[in-house]
Design a binder for this molecule. Structure first.
Ligand code: NAG
Length: 357
């Protein structure tokens, strides 16, 4: 009896971080809490219909904004997304004059970020949503999660819950961290260059080597950063995302200073791929020639190796012309991230290259 009592009240504490409140907020005796009315509404408003030329897919773009991202990085990313205006995109009324920015759901970590997001809507027509403020409220800057260890857990859990919610509505989801710049329409790339139900960015340790799951479906056994996660809404992705949230909230994990979902992704997806079979669920990785990480390769990748940066600092045009999106994850502040992104955007333009919308 005494033992039962202790078990009942035991909290889920890992690395001195207690996630019991968040766990209880998501799960009840009825199962997983359904999406809130607010999320249903904002998802509806954000919805984009993308013509893959074989079918029309409903899809949401989803990112997370902290207060640090408001002055420079968020407007910069929205400005970038506002350039992508393709005939393959339609809003819910069949209107084709619609940009990727309009269909981006920006999840704010606290009220300051939420208001900052709101002030930009008149210009970009994106949608703002409160991202579990009660758990994520103290996150100031995504780039500094290591300083707020609890938030490396809360943000990761909130992100998985949102993915489960959106995918359960039947919508594909294109999640991206704000530290990106896109040179070509990322949705067209996802729908025409990838086929697996789950597509994620390459792992940091793979550098310029293209990654893939082994023929038996084994995933690389290393840290998965998930700067980008493109999830097609299918019965199997719903099941695996649900299990991902369950395992992440019901088991202890040492996340250290990295988001918890980075640590739990591989184990859960591996289990899912192995038990459902690769014809039902598989994971693929973005090619670093198309999605280089500035952190690993200042001028991107070619033939599996980083491209040397010439003395003039300008990356070769033929290498840049393969870029779809660049990931900037090494900056230590939102301000330096902003100027770095500007630098690459103008280098691309100065080479005579234009955004492929
Ligand atoms: C979707 O694209 C295909 C091929 O590009 C085109 O033939 C078709 O009319 C498009 N459908 C809609 C609804 O725009």
């Amino acid at each position: 009896m005494k033992m039962l009592f202790i078990l009942f009240f035991a909290s889920l504490v890992a690395g001195n971080v207690d996630i019991t409140h968040q766990k209880n907020y998501y799960w009840s005796e009825q199962g997983l809490e359904n999406p809130s009315q607010g999320l249903l509404q904002v998802a509806d408003w954000s919805l984009l219909y993308f013509n893959t030329s074989r079918e029309i897919r409903p899809v949401l773009l989803f990112t997370i904004a902290t207060p640090a991202s408001i002055p420079v990085v968020l407007p910069q990313v929205l400005e970038n997304l506002a350039s992508f205006l393709s005939q393959d995109q339609m809003d819910a009324n069949g209107n084709r004059a619609t940009t990727l920015a309009e269909h981006t759901l920006v999840a704010s970590t606290n009220i300051e970020a939420h208001h900052g997001c709101g002030r930009l809507t008149e210009k970009y027509h994106h949608k703002c949503h409160e991202f579990d403020h009660k758990f994520n409220g103290a996150v100031y800057d995504h780039l500094e999660l290591s300083q707020t260890k609890a938030h490396a857990y809360s943000i990761g859990l909130s992100r998985i819950k949102y993915l489960v919610d959106m995918v359960s509505l039947g919508y594909d989801v294109f999640y991206f961290d704000l530290h990106h710049y896109f040179f070509k329409n990322p949705l067209r790339y996802m729908y025409t260059h990838t086929t697996t139900p789950i597509v994620v960015s390459a792992t940091p340790s793979s550098v310029c080597q293209p990654l893939s799951a082994a023929p038996d479906g084994s995933l690389p056994d290393e840290h998965h950063r998930l700067d980008i996660a493109f999830v097609r809404s299918t019965p199997s992705t719903f099941r695996c995302l649900y299990n991902w949230l369950y395992w992440s909230t019901h088991t202890m994990h040492e996340a250290e200073d990295k988001p918890l979902d980075h640590h739990t992704f591989r184990t859960v997806m591996q289990e899912c791929v192995s038990s459902l079979g690769t014809s039902v669920l598989s994971v693929s990785y973005l090619n670093p020639e198309h999605f280089p990480s500035e952190c690993n390769a200042k001028c991107g990748c070619r033939g599996g190796a980083p491209v040397e940066r010439p003395p003039d600092g300008k990356c070769p045009t033929e290498v840049m012309s393969n870029w779809v999106g660049m990931i900037f994850s090494c900056s230590d502040s939102a301000t330096s991230l902003g100027s770095l992104i500007d630098k690459y955007a103008s280098m691309y333009r100065d080479a005579g290259l234009t955004l492929v919308v």
